[in-house]
Design a protein around this ligand. Sequence first.
Ligand code: NAD
Length: 366
Amino acid sequence: MSQANASSTDTQFDLFAKVAKFDHEQVLICQDNHTGLKAIIAIHNTVLGPGLGGTRMWKYATEAEAINDALRLSRGMTYKASISGLNLGGAKAVIIGDPAKDKSEHLMRKFGRCVENLAGKYITAEDVGTTTKDMEYIKMETSHVVGLSEIMGGGGDPSPVTAYGVYMGIKASAKKAYGNDSLAGKKIAVQGAGKVGLHLIELLHKDGAIITSTDIFDSGLKIAADKYKATIVKPEEIFSQDVDIFAPCALGAILNTENIAKLKCQIVAGAANNQLEDDTIHGDMIKAKGIFYAPDFLINAGGLINVYSEYNGYVREIAFAQTENIYNTVLNIYSKSEEDNINTQLAAIKLAEKRINDTMHLQSKI
Ligand code: NAD
């Protein structure tokens, strides 16, 4: 196995410029001929604590795409941990490959060795394309892994906790937009009836909200329609629904110029990571339309809070109770956005960066 600091020899892709732009601490390339492992571990910032972030396995079209994903997602983890008040830094790993074909016990264990070599600077967890079973393989090689199954002493599937945090974000946004946080009778469009989307729909339905949903697959939609009386629309129709609230729970970068123009809602609050194609341009566009946008990395932090709870001996009720704080933080962000006259995404990033800078200052005085 070779494990080396990534270097930029590719003139098409200026790696060092990319790393410098987001100010990453370290980027590792992990490669192993025997298992076919090709992975990138991006450690963005460890001022608050070890960098925690899931390992994504994906059939990336190019290596540049994989590196970009690792860099972007790891920075997002720094902000998410910071704004959630956790003593954690931001990091993320990607494994290049098809999870359905290229995964094996020994590939995951070799990756576990790479994590172990970082001696706790990086803690890994489940993400798109990896499972709790994979985390068990990684655990054979390193203790720096969370997101284990309940039977292994972990917190299990984080999706219900993530959905609960999103629900808190929606309620806080309703309080801001309507003066009270009741969702009874509110029309809510949920994009993506997957793990988080379905848990969210259940919570919203319980509160008396009227649900519209969409997905590219039918299985989740069937549950949404049969169990929670959701109206189903085509994927491309979800943005223009005449609803009060839009909850993106599928993909990133869906809040672009074209889709924002179609929105008729007063609130956007959902689980998907990196919803804004551009934090400034599209965050400002949403603000100019008078829409309250609850920053994704803040309201989808329930999953991170859930895995972080494993450190102190996992108690599900504590993870849910900590996730409830998202409500007050969202209200705080709306106030900050008004005070500083900036969009809510930038206000949230500012708050997250402030906590990191204040902590750095604290350390320099010791
Ligand atoms: P998931 O894969 O279970 O669900 C996503 C759903 O979106 C799938 O059913 C998929 O078919 C659907 N989808 C994909 N493209 C679509 C499109 N164009 N239109 C409509 N639907 C589409 O994933 P999940 O765990 O529910 O996560 C949802 C989002 O929340 C992701 O962006 C994820 O990164 C983010 N997130 C999840 C967690 C968690 O705890 N699971 C935590 C933080 C953030």
